[in-house]
Each structure stands twice: as structure tokens, then as C-alpha cells.
Design a binder for this molecule. Structure first.
Ligand code: ADP
Ligand code: MG
Length: 336
């Protein structure tokens, strides 16, 4: 298998290639960074100087606002931290009765179910049945016996979806769900659709480790960085991409270390404990929602099983950094 050591100083000189891109002076460039869903989001798009898709700067800024509002709307709908979100309502009620829910949320639950099946339950939104007991900021984790008692509730098959009613019910009272492993990818997808509908052909939208791209960056690819998993300010690799989405899951975003063990936000549904086979997984593909969920699933699976899955899916590619900080790429990337 193709792999190479991630050496701190030689961390891919591609980083600097973007500096060689032509001047942006001939394009109308619009961008904004903002905070949403507990992370940093960014939207950026450009138009050729003679392009009249966006007539003036104010309609460009309206479009950027529309993207920001869309992300905030999805956060209000799906946040587990907002007591009045529809997701919180599901967690309060669906253990007792079928809850009729918003169609968009229902469709995302259906996608979550499909991805759970595809990944043999390594992506499982019911991880939250135990996951909500971790507090990475406070350095808190559930006791082993609590994990043990709750493991039965981690099972995506316990989330019963009724297409006719657009309702959800949990088979087990202890089930909780959380869409943290898929909602940002969904948000990126929605925002790209808004831009596309407005006639934009070249854009980048990101939310945390999820990035979606429309077209290219003035005739060259966009460059998307994968963070160095053990040096926050460094980039492990910069990837030239156009018309793709990429999602990175890492063990360095939300974590604490206790007795030399790293507890972080990606949970193995089979153990209720953090997954520790690898340190970073990036998935590339057309569908932002799927790449988001697949990066979480492959992180749980680890190198062999995870790469095995991606190599069977022609629409997706993977870049995995293992515990020795060796970088591995899927077959499709080796051919390039
Ligand atoms: P990030 O949220 O940093 O972009 P990921 O896309 O990997 O990273 O998503 C991690 C989030 O996914 C966690 O914060 C949690 O909300 C959720 N999650 C954790 N483990 C699982 C799992 N096994 N299946 C589904 N979702 C998970
Ligand atoms: Mg993910």
C-alpha cells in the first residue's frame, strides 16, 4: 500500500502551490467567515469580472447572508444543545410515542439509517445514548458500568422511521440520537444548493471539517487542507479539488486526556468508548452529507476495515492518518 511518513517539516509542499495562483484582481470575490454549530464556517465564491449573475455587491452580500442563515436554521433544527430544537423534541418524546417531524430532518434520519447499514453500524446516531454523558470541555466521561448498562440502547435499528407519517419512534426508552456526525455535511450541501440556484458556479462552503466545492478556483483547483492531527497550527496535506466535497474527522477537535488515554468525540458504537485505531480520516466524494458520515464511520473502523470499505465504493476516496502518523490513501488516489 502507498504510504509515507508525515514529517513535520516536509508536510507536503503543495501548501505553497496556492500562492502561485494568478492574481484575484480580475474576478469579483466574495467571502465571509462566521461561527455556527459550535464551529467555524466559511463561504466564498467568485464571478468573472464581466459576469452579471450577481448585479452588485449588495446582492452578493445578501447571498452570503442567505448561506449564513441557512446554517443557523439547520443548527436550530438539529442542535442537541438547544432545548427547543426539533432534535431535542425527538429525544424527549420518541421513547414514548411516535413523533411527527419536519421532512428535512426525517430525510436526514433516513440517510443516517442507510449509512449505518452501509457501514455496519459504525456510523450510528444512537451513539448519543451514551455520547451525551461525555463532556470534553469539563474532562468528564461516563463510568464503565454506565456504559455497560447503556450499550443496548446504541442500535440504529431501534430508531423506527415511518415514511407515511414522517414520524420517528424509539424502540427503547434509553435511546438518544445526535446528528453531529452528519448535520454539517448536510448544511454544506444545502448551502451549495442555494449558491447554485442563484447562478453561482464557483464556490467553497465549509463548516468545521466539512467542505463543499462548486467548480474551480479561477481555472485552477481549490486547495483544501487537512489539519495536522498533532500540531494545531500546521496542515498535514493540501488537496487540489474541484466540484467535490471533503470531510475530515479527527481525534483532536474535542478531547481530553486522562491517564495518558485520549477521550474524544468519535465514539465506537460497539464499546461506547472513543475510537482509537487512527487519528484522522478524510473522505472525498460528490455528496457532502455522505462524506461527512463516512469520515466518522471510517474513523471508527480504522485503517484496514475503513480503507476496505472505501475501496469498494467507487464514488468515494479516503485519506487516513494512522496512530504512527503515517498517511494512507485509497486506491483511486494512488492512480492519480
Ligand atoms: P466533526 O464534528 O468534528 O466534524 P465528525 O464529522 O467526525 O467530526 O463528527 C463527529 C461527531 O459525530 C461527534 O461530535 C458526534 O456528534 C457524532 N458521532 C460520534 N461518534 C459517532 C458515531 N459512531 N456515529 C455517528 N455519529 C457519531
Ligand atoms: Mg463526519
Amino acid at each position: 500500500m502507498f504510504n509515507f511518513k508525515l514529517k513535520l517539516c516536509s508536510l507536503i509542499s503543495l501548501c505553497f502551490i496556492s500562492l502561485l495562483l494568478p492574481s484575484q484582481a480580475l474576478a469579483q470575490w466574495h467571502q465571509k467567515s462566521f461561527k455556527v454549530m459550535g464551529t467555524q464556517a466559511h463561504v466564498e465564491f467568485w464571478l468573472a469580472d464581466n459576469d452579471s449573475t450577481i448585479e452588485n455587491a449588495s446582492s452578493a452580500s445578501e447571498l452570503i447572508s442567505a448561506v449564513e442563515q441557512e446554517m443557523n436554521r439547520i443548527d436550530r433544527l438539529m442542535s442537541p444543545y438547544k432545548a427547543d430544537s426539533e432534535l431535542s423534541k425527538i429525544n424527549q418524546l420518541a421513547g414514548k410515542e411516535a413523533v411527527v417531524i419536519n421532512q428535512e430532518l426525517f430525510d436526514l434520519l433516513l440517510d443516517s439509517h442507510k449509512i449505518a447499514e452501509l457501514t455496519n453500524g459504525t456510523f450510528d446516531i444512537t451513539y448519543a445514548s451514551i455520547g451525551y454523558q461525555y463532556d470534553y470541555r469539563q474532562g468528564q466521561k461516563p463510568a464503565e458500568n454506565e456504559i455497560h448498562q447503556t450499550l443496548d440502547a446504541i442500535d440504529y435499528r431501534a430508531v423506527i422511521l415511518d415514511k407515511q407519517q414522517s414520524s420517528v419512534k424509539f424502540q427503547n426508552q434509553d435511546v438518544r440520537i445526535d446528528l453531529g456526525g452528519i448535520a454539517k455535511g448536510h448544511a454544506v450541501k444545502q448551502c451549495l444548493a442555494i449558491l447554485k440556484a442563484a447562478g453561482i458556479e464557483h464556490a467553497l462552503v465549509s463548516a468545521g471539517g466539512d467542505t463543499g466545492l462548486l467548480g474551480d478556483r479561477r481555472g485552477r483547483p481549490w486547495f483544501v487542507g487537512i489539519k495536522h492531527p498533532r500540531a494545531a497550527e500546521k496542515t498535514a496535506v493540501q488537496l487540489p479539488l474541484s466540484n467535490e466535497s471533503i470531510s475530515t474527522s479527527g481525534d483532536y477537535e474535542r478531547y481530553f486526556i486522562e491517564d495518558g488515554v485520549r477521550y474524544h468525540h468519535i465514539i465506537n458504537p460497539k464499546t461506547g468508548d472513543s475510537a482509537r485505531k487512527v487519528v484522522s480520516v478524510s473522505i472525498i466524494g460528490k455528496d457532502s452529507t455522505y462524506v461527512d458520515a463516512l469520515s466518522t464511520a471510517v474513523f471508527v473502523k480504522g485503517l484496514q476495515e475503513g480503507m476496505g470499505l472505501i475501496n469498494q465504493l467507487p464514488e468515494y476516496e479516503a485519506i487516513i492518518i494512522d496512530n504512527q502518523q503515517t498517511l494512507h490513501v485509497s486506491k483511486g488516489l494512488q492512480e492519480n
